[in-house]
Design a protein around this ligand. Structure first.
Ligand code: UDP
Length: 363
């Protein structure tokens, strides 16, 4: 059985690290090929991950940086050319919710190739998020739904999806954390950044709703200025965020903050070591809400909603706005030990990839 997995962005790369390894061990009849669209393409957002995970893509579509429609069109054309050349697979797997995910779903549908979606059923119910449309379209076209948390199951059933095609398997992003625990532990990033365990805050911010808007980005800067009076902050900055900080002329406000460690995007092992050893996290990321829950690490997510509600209901995540007073209140709870510890959601145990391959092997 031939399976193509289509990835395009940093979080995608992190969700598919165990497929070839598990298949080689348990399902040698499954031939898995990794196709990278090139949506994220540079060393720090792409190459470093393939390197660390030892998962170099089999095929690279090399799409150009461009507007979403042009990128999606480019993916469709280049995928068609590639598949015409190398042959159709039995299954196409797409992870997550980015433009590459949706393009892969449309491609599979138009070629009568069966489609499996990793992280199916997640919904923020926020139509201003580009990712929400990618999720909905992908799930409309999917033949198998692999679900990470109970809300995904409920959402798909509410959308009248066929129950027999929905499988609650857990979270392949957690599989990667479990598989690389030693490498994460061995990262030298704390020494390199000259910080001590439990003596710093980890910050990431990259969603268009926050960083494409001068007013919201200014609130982030105000938060950094306020937090840095008490905490050392490590801020691995996403290229989109860096560009906007420069474009909106906000760099001057944080350049001289001595307690702020502004870095390029970090490699996976280094970043995960910071997740494990920080005091708490402030983010707007999807995946980091899950990773912090797995580590039972307090996570304050600056968003009005989440497509991953289990991280709030069972995990250590809290949704919040840029309200400095409320943030201070939560930090006080973290400091005095009254902030929730959370528990690890069902099936987030490092074995989701194996469950998925078992189902596909029998499909
Ligand atoms: N990540 C990383 N280095 C960084 C920042 C994030 O390796 O400097 C990882 C993080 O551990 C998580 C993923 O990138 O697995 C999240 O990606 P991002 O926040 O860009 O996307 P989202 O999850 O919001 O779609």
């Amino acid at each position: 059985m031939k399976i193509y997995i289509l990835v395009g962005t940093r979080p995608n790369f992190i969700k598919v690290t165990q497929f070839k390894k598990v298949a080689a061990k348990v399902y040698p009849q499954l031939i898995i090929k990794l196709i990278h669209t090139g949506q994220h393409y540079d060393e720090k957002m792409a190459a470093i991950f393939f390197n660390q995970f030892n998962t170099e893509p089999d095929y690279f579509l090399n799409i150009a940086p461009n507007q979403p429609n042009l990128q999606i069109a480019d993916i469709l054309i280049k995928l068609q050319q590639l598949v015409d050349e190398i042959g159709k697979p039995d299954w196409f797997i797409v992870p997550g919710d980015v433009n590459s995910t949706m393009a892969g779903a449309i491609f599979a549908n138009k070629n009568n190739i069966k489609l499996a979606h990793l992280e199916a059923g997640l919904r923020s119910f926020d139509s201003s998020m580009p990712e929400e449309h990618n999720r909905v379209v992908t799930d409309c076209l999917s033949d198998l739904f692999f679900v990470t948390e109970s809300s995904g199951l409920t959402n798909l059933l509410n959308e009248n999806k066929d129950k027999s095609k929905i499988h609650f398997v857990g979270n392949t992003m957690i599989d990667t954390m479990v598989a690389f625990e030693n490498e994460i532990e061995n990262s030298e990033i704390l020494n390199q950044l000259n910080v001590q365990a439990d003596k710093f805050v980890l910050l990431t911010m990259h969603r268009p709703a926050t960083v494409d808007n001068k007013e919201e980005l200014s609130k982030l800067i105000a938060l950094i200025l306020s937090l840095s009076k008490t905490y050392k902050i490590i801020f691995p900055v996403h290229p989109r965020t860096l560009k906007n900080i420069k474009d909106f002329n906000l760099q001057g406000k944080i350049e001289t903050v001595s307690e702020l460690i502004f870095t390029d995007p970090l490699d996976y092992f280094a970043f995960q070591k910071l997740v494990k050893y920080c005091q708490f996290i402030i983010t707007d990321s999807g995946g980091i809400q899950e990773e912090s829950t797995f580590r039972k690490k307090p996570c304050l997510t600056i968003r009005p909603n989440t497509e991953r509600p289990i991280t709030v209901i069972e995990g250590s995540n809290t949704l919040i706005t840029f309200d400095l007073l409320k943030i201070e209140q939560l930090i006080l709870e973290i400091e005095n030990g009254t902030y929730k510890t959370g528990s690890i959601p069902k099936y987030w145990d490092g074995k989701a990839t194996a469950r998925i391959l078992e189902i596909i092997a029998q499909a």
